[in-house]
Design a protein around this ligand. Structure first.
Ligand code: GLN
Length: 485
């Protein structure tokens, strides 16, 4: 059962080959069996899952079921789930039971999907390795000495190990695409404003965007159909007509113009990965696309700009965690200042603290113009780079990550955050520009998956999914699963 795609699961459930309760129990058993090793879940919601599965079976029996009714999924623990702990992988929210559902959760529940639990992540989604979680690191199922990537590493590992058919993720600078690449799955971050941020705990509000993490482009398209749509409760949600993201999956790639950014193939890129990516590009060429070298000259400025903007926004967003309104409170505070300072000091991990400090500094009077404003100007230059290129090509293609999954501790041990930050060198500019980006598995290096990144113009998700699906029709990297799971 756990190797079936969403379409196959849907067919089996509708034909009553097995019930949603049986399917849900199967995944709960797998989580029990394998998650001791992987640590991909923070909370397993067994009771809720079985109750939702029962309700789904009723719907299926009455003929009122939708395409994904009764199919289990896992929610990244950044999405608020009513009555269930929503921790954002932080001690700060370890005791936070959300009183409401995020819009994404609401939409998924309304479709009759079954929530298996909440997945592990980097604390407040800050990280690229899933090692900053208060609940401990997640292991990569392809090699458990290696990281799964971050921040949606729990979702990526759980999907890769078949502990759930599909999961949600969020991507502020690469957190859907990079872990998808490192775990050999398919993930898409849609255009900023496409998926509601209501109830998605904010990290950097102008960059955060939710999306699906799945095993194939087709599965991701089905999930996007559920997750997207205008939401008046999110002031940055974009009002546009609902689209069917599966509509062009089967289109031919003949005449598709693909751009390869020369900045993405510099010496930072591991040579073996470069070889795998070149192979994937040849495959896409065989499918009828024409390839052209392009340039995104400001790519190298994306990390410095991001590490001003994201910390600035997070320092503001996380100020609500003050030990008063909700979340962690220190013991026996001497006075109000002590309450704030110790609650925050004790409950935030090192990376979150570092970002709050940087962000507060960058936003302070006298430095605002020098840092935040400057970074926003660079952001515009980066967007303009993409704008120019999309006059010439339909899709941009390149590596998702400069390396395969690195060893646990490799980049976190020397307290050298910059080496971790560089893991997102190919993904961050996409968030700064607000564009859709996707990662699909296209090969392996030493038994670890390699991801290909596809970047599209605004609202071109269907085009990315089309390219990815066509690639997946002639290759089987997306069907490979890690041994032992
Ligand atoms: N790794 C990046 C960071 O640490 C991006 C994280 C994300 O996309 N949430 O900020």
């Amino acid at each position: 059962m756990h190797n079936k795609t969403l379409i196959e699961l849907s067919k089996s459930l509708h034909n009553r080959e097995f019930s949603s309760v049986e399917l849900t129990q199967h995944f709960l058993d797998r989580i029990r069996q394998y998650d001791q090793t992987l640590n991909s879940f923070i909370t397993v919601t067994e009771e809720i899952a079985l109750a939702q599965a029962k309700a789904a079976d009723k719907k299926l029996a009455s003929g009122k079921a939708g395409p994904l009714t009764g199919i289990p999924l896992a929610q990244k623990d950044i999405f608020c789930t009513k009555g269930v702990r929503t921790s954002c992988a932080s001690l700060m929210l370890d005791n936070f039971i959300s009183p409401y559902d995020a819009t994404v959760v609401e939409k998924i529940n309304d479709a009759g999907m079954v929530m298996l639990g909440k997945t592990n992540m980097d604390e407040f989604a800050m990280g690229s390795s899933n090692e900053t979680s208060y609940y401990g690191a997640v292991k990569n199922p392809w090699n458990t000495d290696h990281v799964p990537g971050g921040s949606s590493g729990g979702s990526a590992a759980a999907v890769a190990a078949r502990l759930t058919p599909v999961a949600t993720g969020t991507d502020t600078g690469g957190s859907i695409r990079q872990p998808a690449a490192l775990c050999g799955i398919t993930g898409i971050k849609p255009t900023y404003g496409t998926v509601s941020r209501y109830g998605m705990i904010a990290f950097a509000s102008s960059l955060d965007q939710g999306g699906p993490m799945a095993r194939s482009a087709e599965d991701a398209a089905l999930m996007l159909n559920l997750m997207t749509g205008f939401d008046e409760r999110d002031s940055t949600s974009i009002e546009r007509e609902k689209e069917d993201y599966t509509r062009s999956l089967d289109n031919s790639l003949k005449g598709l113009k693909v751009g390869l950014p020369k900045e993405y193939f510099s010496e930072d890129l591991n040579a073996d990965i470069a070889g795998v990516i070149e192979g994937a590009i040849k495959e896409i060429e065989k499918l009828g696309a024409t390839i052209k070298e392009i340039s995104l000259p400001n790519t190298r400025l994306s990390i410095p700009a991001y590490y001003v903007i994201a910390p600035a926004e997070c320092s503001s967003n996380l100020s609500r965690m003050d030990g008063v309104r909700f979340g962690y409170r220190c013991k026996d505070p001497k006075d109000l200042y002590d309450l704030y300072a110790r609650s925050r000091g004790e409950a935030f991990g090192d990376e979150v603290t570092r970002r709050i400090l940087i962000g507060t500094y960058a936003l302070s009077a006298g430095y605002y113009d020098a840092y935040y404003l400057k970074a926003q100007k660079i952001r515009r230059l980066i967007s303009n780079d993409f704008k120019n290129v999309f006059n010439e090509v339909d899709v941009i293609i390149g590596p998702t990550s400069p390396t395969v999954a690195f060893r646990l501790g490799e980049k976190s041990k020397d307290n050298d955050p910059v080496s971790m930050y560089l893991a997102d060198i190919y993904t961050i500019s996409v968030n700064l520009a607000g564009l859709p980006g996707m990662s699909i598995p296209v090969g392996q290096v030493e038994g670890l998956p390699v991801g290909l990144q596809l970047i599209g113009n605004y609202f071109q998700e269907a085009k990315l999914l089309n390219v990815a699906h066509q690639f997946q029709q002639v290759t089987d990297w997306h069907q490979k699963s890690p041994e032992g799971f």
